[in-house]
Design a protein around this ligand. Sequence first.
Ligand code: IMP
Ligand code: MG
Length: 424
Amino acid sequence: MKSSIIVGMQWGDEGKGKIVDVLSEKADAVIRYQGGANAGHTVVIGDKKIILHLIPTGILQNKTSIIGNGVVVDIEEIVDELNHIKGMGFDDTKLIISSRAHMLLPLHKAIDNAKETRRKHRIGTTKRGIGPAYIDRLGRKGLRMGDMLDRARFISQLEDYIDSFNANEARFYKIDRIRKDCFIDEIMKIRKRILKYIANTEKISYELIRKKSTILFEGAQGVLLDIDFGTYPFVTSSHPIAPYAFCGSGFPILRDYQTIGIMKAYTTRVGEGPFPTRMSSEEELKMREMGGEYGATTGRGRDCGWLDLFAMKYSSFINSIDKIVLTKMDVLSGMKIIKVCTGYKLRGRLVDEFPSNADDLARVKPVYKNMKGWTAEDMRHLKNGKVSPSIRSYVKLIEKQTNAAVAMISTGPSRRDIVYLEKI
Ligand code: IMP
Ligand code: MG
């Protein structure tokens, strides 16, 4: 397998966790390049279900697992997650956190909460502090993981940071002021625990490249949540798109790599914002139950809709997708007719590009194609490599609209439930 960037093609929750887990068997290192603990990557191993928010999924295959500079690291969450994976018998010695990654502190979560409550048009954030942490980073006042290395200097930085928070955000958002001594004590405890994972990851990438290693870049969220290319302002504060994999990881642009897009056979969205192919509430209720569509991070019920190939054409172009992994195909089995959106109409006219404005996107009317469904029996045959005509038509339509090959189909939650249509 080539080095690969794995991205969610929709609004997140496409099943990236499982696919990265399966593919990391053939990789030397797995790297997260953006986002933070807003992600929830679910992996099922035997009868165990493991949800990772920050640590790259590669840790479960004992691969070098890097948290890149583009990630915001929730320092409380990372300790919990380390305890969780170690408690389940996984090794944590191959985890590396970039010294350039920004630190996400409890106060970022308090600000996220306060801002969201005051918004006229809510974004529906995960309240994990993501936006405020990225604001500090762009505002050039954030603390970085590498700042922990020099204890005395770090304490002085923390003191300045708390002074600024108490004088500004705490006052403005009416959040409890921070008591310096207790706060610094808590952070020092965490520091002790995570110091050993912090390193200059650029040096490690250099070594990995020198050894011609296979790298997996593990995207979080999805293209339609990208801060620039998503459905702004109903987006996250980072860049889930493939081109950011290099920026957010300290790797130079690789000469030989592929982009693998993860696409769920239908669409879900959690949080606010336009969703053109959303189903009727009755259909949605059924879909949510059948697909177990509840947030891995927040537990919220996800909104459900039909596959939107007009959005996927855009997503494929933005990411330059080479191969697609189609997930949750089994969830659709038993449906007589499956609707697929192939275009949008705005004010009665077909639009020729994916709207950049959320108001326009909220007004479009999807143009649907009715596809013949498949049965549970067809799914069983698929597991043995036999593709039924209705599944083939679905796959062909996806390939035609996205100009990318469907290489794998995921037919269930476990590692074994994978069918390869093509080598990856
Ligand atoms: P934030 O990233 O917590 O600021 O949330 C911004 C938007 O992105 C909200 O609509 C969230 O529901 C959505 N979001 C963030 N992370 C994920 C994810 O991992 N999966 C799906 N949606 C997400
Ligand atoms: Mg998720």
